[in-house]
Design a protein around this ligand. Structure first.
Ligand code: AMP
Length: 506
């Protein structure tokens, strides 16, 4: 099938041709013709399927008739996050090059004044996050009585983020006669209820989930203890990774995104972060810095990363095992795209057994383990005493790191090779939460700031103001893990139940 067969206007087809797309994706082929006829659409599709164009293209065609009035937008697109809203705006710029449409973005973190001016001019398309939209509406700055098309995108994410009451309110504020285009990757009962209440005889289109992972991705599990150990393990994985161009590091909780981001920066890595508590400017800046290559590591949460058009990355690190197995597929799908090779490494603690099983069941494969097993790991942080050396503690990786002279005279040579990932400037001050390191690992970078202590190499002895002393148990680490013994954890031996893998449509 070609784009010419879908019924799109000439202007839209010319713009699509300019992007270089040769044929519509399955969701586009199925959604565009009925959308152009004014039918409601229920699209069950995740990001990466081409669903944005599936609603933007027919909207552009339909908007060619009619004009916007001040304060009364003609169409409304609801997105769960500011970044997704901004990306949809970019899609309108790309596919709408031949149209003179006024597109307004209404998202938190951007000044009210600028947004109000755009709405005052009359918006053909209003792209908004639910909170900011209702804020505007409640201040009387906006009328929703002119909405001809309502798009609700990523509805299941809206549910996760607690936006369903807002969505219900918006659905009641827009005219009953509007067309609704509704997209969700999954259909939990709350979402089904919403579609039954607010869609009129929709065309249901389902694009299979990508439960398979690309064969071009090398996946591995890496055993680790609690969070502080994971931070150190992650640094080693990054330093020792081959052909690391750029990487996304996923955490399960936004609080941990912030902690890990700070930690990576303190250790001299060029890292950015993306999580829901950052203000809009900071999030946009992080994403941009990662896209342009100014930072090579992006630490993010699933919600923040969902749907973002992030370029192919060479590595994905799962700092936490995702508790929803589908998130694993989404996360690692950030690498190994379009036939390129990618690496996805997942740090696993003993508490993660259940989730690792679920992931393996979903993808229909056992994921290989790499590096030392739990029984070969050095004791977790909480049992490490300040005078203890960590000599040889990490097996192959630990040894390579120390041999690599990372903290000694050879460091500058290594750091120049690592330039895209690690900043030249490094602090030798471990963050709260880093382990105390013994004499072998204690050598400090040649350019480290002067410290008053006269025993630079042996400074691990506790000093009243010595920041290197082992810290107390950190609230983010979960319960302390003490002594793992020699047994192989049972979940490593458990057979994997294979389920037939669903084949992705795209
Ligand atoms: P989406 O699912 O909307 O997030 O789109 C995912 C990616 O697919 C975006 O980078 C689009 O630019 C791209 N894309 C959308 N439609 C097509 C198409 N028909 N052919 C090739 N790429 C497409």
């Amino acid at each position: 099938m070609t784009f010419d067969e879908l019924g799109l206007s000439d202007k839209v087809r010319a713009a699509v041709q300019a992007t270089g797309y040769t044929s519509p994706t399955p969701i586009q082929a199925q959604a565009i013709p009925p959308a152009l006829q004014g039918r409601d659409i229920l699209g069950i599709a995740q990001t990466g399927t081409g669903k944005t164009a599936a609603f933007v293209l027919p909207m552009l065609s339909r908007l060619e008739q009619g004009r916007a009035r001040a304060r009364v937008p003609r169409t409304l697109i609801l997105e769960p996050t500011r970044e997704l809203a901004a990306q949809v705006e970019e899609s309108f710029a790309k596919y709408g090059v031949n149209h003179k449409l006024n597109v307004a973005l209404l998202i938190g973190g951007v000044s009210f004044g600028d947004q109000e001016a755009k709405i005052m001019r009359g918006a053909d398309v209003l792209i908004a996050t639910p909170g900011r939209l209702l804020d505007f509406f409640d201040r009387g700055k906006l009328l929703l009585t002119g909405i001809e098309i309502l798009v609700i995108d990523e509805a299941d994410r809206m549910l996760d983020m607690g936006f369903i009451p807002d969505i219900e309110r918006v659905c009641k504020l827009v005219p009953f006669t509007r067309q609704t285009l509704f997209f969700s990757a999954t259909m939990p009962p709350e979402i089904t209820r919403l579609t039954e209440a607010f869609l009129h005889n929709p065309v249901r289109i389902e694009v299979a989930r990508a439960a398979t992972t690309a064969s071009t991705i090398r996946q591995a599990l890496v055993a680790s203890h609690g969070h502080a150990d994971k931070r150190e393990m992650l640094r080693q994985l990054i330093r020792n990774a081959e052909n690391l161009k750029n990487a996304i590091v996923f955490c399960n909780r936004k609080r941990d995104v912030a902690i890990l981001h700070r930690s990576l920066l303190k250790h001299g890595f060029a890292a950015g972060a993306l999580h829901g508590d950052m203000d809009q400017l900071a999030r946009m800046a992080s994403l941009e810095a990662f896209k342009t290559g100014d930072v090579s590591l992006l630490v993010c949460s699933d919600v923040a990363a969902r749907g973002l058009d992030i370029p192919d990355v060479s590595h994905v690190f799962n700092f936490d095992v995702p508790t929803h197995s589908e998130d694993y597929v989404h996360r690692i799908g950030r690498t190994g795209r379009a036939g390129r090779s990618g690496v996805a490494l997942t740090l696993v603690t003993e508490d993660d057994a259940k989730y690792v099983d679920q992931i393996q069941n979903l993808i229909g494969n056992a994921i290989e383990w790499e590096g030392p097993g739990f029984n070969e790991l050095p004791p977790p942080l909480e049992t490490t005493r300040p005078h203890e050396s960590r000599r040889g503690g990490r097996g192959e990786r630990g040894g390579r790191r120390e041999r690599g002279g990372e903290r000694g005279g050879e460091r500058s040579e290594r750091s120049s090779r690592r330039a895209p990932v690690e900043r030249a400037e490094r602090s030798d001050r471990p963050e709260r939460g880093d382990r105390a390191e013994g004499p072998v690992a204690m050598g400090r970078p040649a350019h480290a700031p002067h410290r008053p202590d006269s025993e630079p190499v042996r400074a691990a002895r506790p000093q009243p103001d010595d920041r290197r002393r082992p810290r107390r148990h950190h609230e983010d680490d979960g319960p302390p893990v003490i002594g793992l013994g020699d047994h192989v954890p049972s979940f490593l031996l458990r057979p994997v139940t294979l389920r037939p893998a669903k084949v992705a449509e795209e």
